[in-house]
Design a protein around this ligand. Structure first.
Ligand SMILES: Cc1ncc(C[n+]2csc(CCOP(=O)(O)OP(=O)(O)O)c2C)c(N)n1
Length: 654
């Protein structure tokens, strides 16, 4: 039976949690009598609310799996038994119970706990995550490895109904069923992705719940688990056949899993009992639990989309709200952000051209497609977490005269890379990629950083690749990409622009042409900064101090070769600047071209280093990577000094 206390407010003071405070690791939970677990869950919920209220971060998903987290660590022998969380945004309760309670205040901050499971952080984090739908493959791999070593450890994947929409999850289920692997997949079904979950699978789960056989199935599922071990296999066969005929769990049964459920994922005693039974079974097990995203916090239960993640409660807000309802500030744009510029542009483009289609792989809110979805519902496609499908779907649309725009984060486009090459670029199809969160993303860390798109896109024939330097240029280059007949991509970062005025008209900017935004004033110190993207204000600041020329290159592909030649002729040092890996990035494109033209001159390439950059605020991380104005200036000065100390042509001009 459910026993969840419903909070209406986030506790502003650390709650009193005597039982939770005694839990240093899951081994301590396993010492407790089962009837005390509900109290642990209650204390855990109040602690979680307080702690995320203090730091901000992912909110609804953790509350939804809180009872499951307690039950899993109680029933299974973690970390020896392997527990893999899909996406990982729901792992806050797991972190609290696995020895990191007192560090929760540092979550998502520089040098603090990561917002997702991370292998180097804890042995309980068995697999690093951030991108969705990897858990079943990873848990299966672990099951195979431990089986090979003759170990009896258990392998468990917890996956949401949103993450389950990705093909990868089914590839893994298919394989696990084939291998008859000893593993447990737990489907956490809350009918939500970040937005409401979409598609046939979501309807299927809904049918499963409303099925008239629901209670009957629940009972029979439990019954089969209670049968004496000797008879279990025989009984299971009969049961499976019976279930296959009447129960909608057939899909998973057909893939080779023993489907159990659906059961109430907030009913802790039932979860414990069910998991204890399943623990004794061999072969692939599939447990379907039903939960509420944001469970136990009334505002989040009512608005699971708004409370997917929250900002921390600011002290001021906390004091003013203390007399009324202290509710957290929902994460969301206050000032215009690049995503908003895109959302507005797409609406304008769609109004002007009825061939324009908008596609998102489950990131409607993040990509700011809400207005477009509302105004042009018949041209809006949320394909669920299916980046590969999103790209090939666009290719198909383009084959038949539509003008698809794929709104996708840089990091998630990595999933659709083969589709981009094979289905779009080889056929030179007219697809525009609006690549959001390009560059460092901050608190979400390396799993979400858009560090590689310039490198992985510029090597593809037929691609046009644009790096606008501000909001207005983003809008105009999106238009330029849409007008261009062939594959094109515009990359822009997370967060807000520099506040430039946005031209409501749409202009086609000259293809492959940059512009000089600052000319050096004096004859000496001949430095030219070739800027690719939104670090332009920093480039200008450094250039002011160094009296350097600055070019806003706009295009990585095609490169403005005339401009590079001219800058090379008139300067002694070229500096390339981008928020992408230096390896293979825009600076590399410049160097390749200079080399090809046999123009020999020093080039300083500034960008992201050859390492994964951990989480922290975006500004902190940019500084760490040497991409703040002061460090850009220092790096250039350092290079100039080294050039000066060397005899040769360049040295004479500085
Ligand atoms: C490959 C990939 N695409 C998109 C995302 C962004 N994303 C993070 S959580 C999420 C929704 C996941 O829904 P579900 O698995 O049902 O978990 P819930 O939040 O409902 O608990 C999405 C789309 C991602 N993490 N990975």
């Amino acid at each position: 039976m459910q026993d969840t206390m419903i909070f209406r407010e986030i506790p502003l003071q650390r709650p009193n949690t005597p039982m939770l405070d005694r839990i240093g690791s899951p081994a301590d939970i396993r010492q407790l009598p089962a009837d005390q677990l509900t109290q642990v869950a209650r204390e855990l919920r109040s602690f979680l609310l307080w702690s995320v209220g203090t730091t901000g971060g992912h909110f609804g998903a953790g509350l939804g799996v809180l009872e499951l987290t307690v039950a899993l660590h109680y029933v299974f022998n973690t970390p020896e038994d392997r527990l893999v969380w899909d996406v990982g945004h729901q792992a806050y309760p797991h972190k609290i119970l696995t020895g990191r309670r007192e560090q929760m205040g540092s979550i998502r901050r520089k040098n603090g706990l990561a917002g997702f499971p991370k292998r180097t952080e804890s042995p309980y984090d068995t697999f690093g995550v951030g991108h969705s739908s990897t858990s079943i493959s990873a848990a299966l791999g672990m099951a195979i490895a431990s089986n090979q070593q003759g170990l009896k450890r258990k392998s468990i994947a917890v996956i949401g109904d949103g993450a389950m929409t990705a093909g990868m999850a089914f590839e893994a289920l298919n394989h696990a069923g084939h291998l008859k692997a000893d593993m447990l997949v737990i489907l956490n079904d809350n009918d939500m992705s970040i937005s409401r979950n979409v598609g046939g699978l979501s309807n299927y789960f809904a049918k499963l719940l409303s099925s008239r056989t629901y209670h009957q199935m629940r009972d029979s599922s439990k019954k089969v688990l209670e049968i004496a071990p000797g008879l279990r296999e025989l009984a299971k066969k009969t049961e499976e056949h019976f279930k296959g005929m009447i129960a909608p769990g057939t899909l998973f049964e057909e893939l080779g899993f023993n489907y159990i459920g659906p059961i109430d994922g907030h009913d802790l005693p039932l979860l414990v009992e069910t998991l204890e039974n399943i623990r004794e079974l061999s072969g692939p097990q599939f447990l379907h639990i039903v939960t509420t995203k944001g469970k136990g916090f009334a505002p989040a239960e009512a608005d699971p989309i708004g409370y997917h993640a929250i900002n921390k409660i600011e002290p001021l807000a906390a004091t003013t709200a203390s007399s009324a309802n202290p509710t957290p500030v929902k994460a969301g744009p206050a000032a215009p952000k690049y995503a908003n510029v895109f959302g507005q542009w797409l609406c304008d483009a769609a109004a002007a051209d009825e061939r324009v289609m908008g596609i998102t792989p489950a990131m409607c809110e993040g990509s700011d497609l809400l207005a477009f979805a509302e105004r042009f519902p018949e041209r809006y496609f949320d394909v669920a977490i299916a980046e590969q499908h999103a790209v090939t779907l666009a290719a198909g649309m383009a084959c038949d005269g539509a003008k698809p725009v794929v709104a996708i984060y840089s990091t998630f486009l990595q999933r659709g890379y083969d589709q981009l090459i094979h289905d779009v670029a080889i056929q030179n199809l007219d697809v525009l990629f609006a690549i959001d969160r390009a560059g460092l993303v901050g608190e979400d860390g390396p799993t979400h950083a858009g560090a590689f798109d310039i490198s992985y896109l510029r090597c593809i024939p037929n691609m046009v690749l644009m790096t606008p330097s501000d909001e207005n240029e983003t809008r105009q280059l999106l238009h330029t990409g849409l007008v261009h007949e062939g594959p094109a991509a515009v990359r822009y970062p997370r967060g807000s622009g520099s506040g430039v005025e946005i031209d409501p008209l749409l202009h086609t900017l000259p293809m492959g042409k940059g512009r000089v935004v600052r000319e050096r004033k004096s004859a000496s110190g001949r430095i030219a900064i070739l800027n690719f993207g939104t670090l332009l204000p920093r480039a200008l600041q450094a250039a002011q101090a160094l009296d350097a020329t600055v070019a806003d290159m706009r295009f990585v592909k095609p490169l403005d070769e005339d401009l590079i030649r001219q800058l090379a002729e008139q300067h002694d040092l070229l500096v390339t600047l981008e928020e992408n890996a230096i390896a293979g990035g825009a600076g590399s494109a410049v160097c390749e071209w200079l080399n090809q033209e046999e123009i020999i001159m020093p080039v300083l390439q500034l960008g992201l280093p050859d390492k994964f950059v951990d989480h922290g605020s975006r500004d902190q991380l940019l500084e760490e990577c040497g991409l703040d104005a002061a460090t850009i200036e220092r790096s250039i000065t350092g290079r100039v000094q080294r050039l000066v100390s060397r005899p040769g042509k360049a040295a004479q001009s500085f």
